[in-house]
Write a protein that binds this ligand. Structure first.
Ligand code: GAP
Length: 441
């Protein structure tokens, strides 16, 4: 039997960052040039994991509902979008400089009004710093300014009428989108938690003013349940309602889903009541009628919007942290990423016990070729079997299939379960069906 060794919170983050680099989940961006602050690249396993997070979200939020459709809007939008949305005027952090040590901080990050670097209370006046990345489109450098979108939401609002006219939806209904967003964050850090380029998974759910409060509560519960269904431990999730003075300029109410990261409870996703703010703003700035018309009563009005807005990168990081386990097995530490079936980047590893035995290699390759049509598989023959198992545990591979000399005689292979480490002999011709059953959601 194994017992759980509790990794200290303080070094847990370090271990995860190191595992991510060593095993190809996450690399520093443009590392050969020394990296770029708060930019990260997903390696082969990270790319698989992130894809799984996004498809789990899309499946739950779009495909498994009757009241949702998807959208994929462009990152660059007409610059007026950002005037209308309020981001040009309001999307600011207020910064101060310490006169003693010249360090720069967000004013809302100061504790007791003291400089976190030197402890002195002597700051310059606050200056507003807009978080949007400005860019130019077309060949004229000075004109044609626009921004890299700081949230995907506005792509949904400006397409509200297009979606309505083409899908003939009735309220309540929602539009979902996954895509990149960019913010020139002042204080970055904590690995992929706060990046300057990141991905969002956002829903704008349109409803009536009367239904908005109930609808908000339902989305909070549904979004919380999504993380639980994907295996995040309940004790590591909490809801936090925003105080009035924390609310974004467009929100009447907001509740965050927070995760207990090694660096403290922090926002994974915000579920906001955006009222009819955005549609009204875009109607005013564009001069277009963006109202919804109830065809039975003929009434025209601006719907209210409930917005569950999560970060792909933050969710991926939370899934990684939550999956990280250390266990002591036969006096040795076994590191296992206990991802859920849906999220595990690799489902099956095929391992030939002897890489110089032609019969074993041929059978192992045939098995891998067959399984990879249905499951994400890897083939590894570069170490002894104990080491191969450890390697697969460390990246969360669900099953290891080992082909040995006996397999050539009895047509059976050993299937090892990641979590229990239990091993079973399974006939090769039953293997696919066996794994299909085990890996079914
Ligand atoms: N449309 C609403 C909106 O953008 P937000 O709370 O600013 O709201 C939503 O962002 C989510 O996007 C956050 O809960 C977080 O998961 C993710 N996010 C925001 N800024 C981020 C950053 N700098 N790095 C990584 N993820 C970020």
């Amino acid at each position: 039997m194994s017992k759980v060794a509790d990794p200290q919170k303080s070094d847990l983050m370090e271990k995860i960052v190191s595992l991510c680099k060593r095993r190809g989940f996450i690399f520093p961006s443009s590392e050969i040039y020394g990296g770029l602050g708060s930019a990260w690249d997903y390696g082969p396993l990270g790319a698989e994991l992130k894809r799984n997070v996004k498809s789990a979200w899309w499946s739950t939020v779009v495909h498994q509902r009757d009241d949702m459709v998807g959208l994929d809007a462009s990152i660059l939008m007409h610059p007026k979008t950002w005037e209308a949305s309020g981001h040009v005027n309001n999307f600011n952090d207020v910064l101060v400089d310490c006169r003693r040590c010249n360090s720069r901080f967000r004013i809302d990050h100061l504790k007791d009004g003291k400089c976190p670097s030197c402890g002195v209370k002597d700051f310059t006046d606050g200056r507003a710093f807009n978080l949007m990345f400005k860019t130019h489109y077309g060949a004229v450098e000075d004109g044609n300014v626009t921004y890299l979108r700081p949230e995907t939401a506005q792509g949904i609002f400006v397409n509200f009428k297009n979606v309505l006219d083409t899908t003939h939806r009735k309220l309540p209904f929602g539009i979902a989108q996954i895509g990149k967003a960019f913010r020139n964050e002042v204080t970055a850090g904590n690995f992929t938690f706060r990046m300057r380029e990141f991905e969002q998974m956002e829903v704008e759910y349109f409803t009536t003013k009367d239904q908005a409060a109930d609808c908000h509560q339902r989305w909070i519960q549904e979004r919380l349940q999504w993380y639980l269904n994907l295996g995040v431990r309940k004790e590591n999730l909490q809801l936090r309602k925003h105080a009035d003075d924390e609310l974004a300029h467009y929100a009447a109410a907001c509740t965050d889903i927070e995760y207990n990261f090694p660096f403290g409870w922090s926002e994974l996703e915000g579920i906001a009541n955006r009222t009819d703010y955005d549609l009204k703003q875009h109607a005013q700035f564009s001069g277009k009628d963006l109202q919804y018309q109830d065809l039975t009563t003929g009434e025209k009005f601006y719907p209210y919007v409930i917005e569950p807005s999560g970060g792909v990168d933050r969710a991926t990081l939370a899934f990684l942290v939550d999956a990280y386990h250390e266990e002591v097995v036969k006096d040795q530490t076994r590191v296992v990423l206990k991802f859920s079936k849906q999220l595990a980047p690799v489902k099956v590893a095929v391992l030939p016990l002897l890489k110089k035995n032609d019969g074993i290699v041929t059978l192992a390759k045939r098995i891998k070729n067959d399984l990879q049509k249905e499951f994400v598989c890897v083939y590894d023959d570069t170490a002894a079997i104990g080491k191969l198992y450890r390697r697969q545990d460390e990246v969360g591979t669900f099953y290891c299939v080992t082909v040995d000399v006996q397999s050539l005689e009895d047509g059976q292979v050993t299937v090892r379960d990641r979590d229990t480490m239990a091993q079973e002999r399974i006939a090769v011709d039953r293997l696919k069906g066996y794994l299909r059953e085990k890996l079914a959601l």
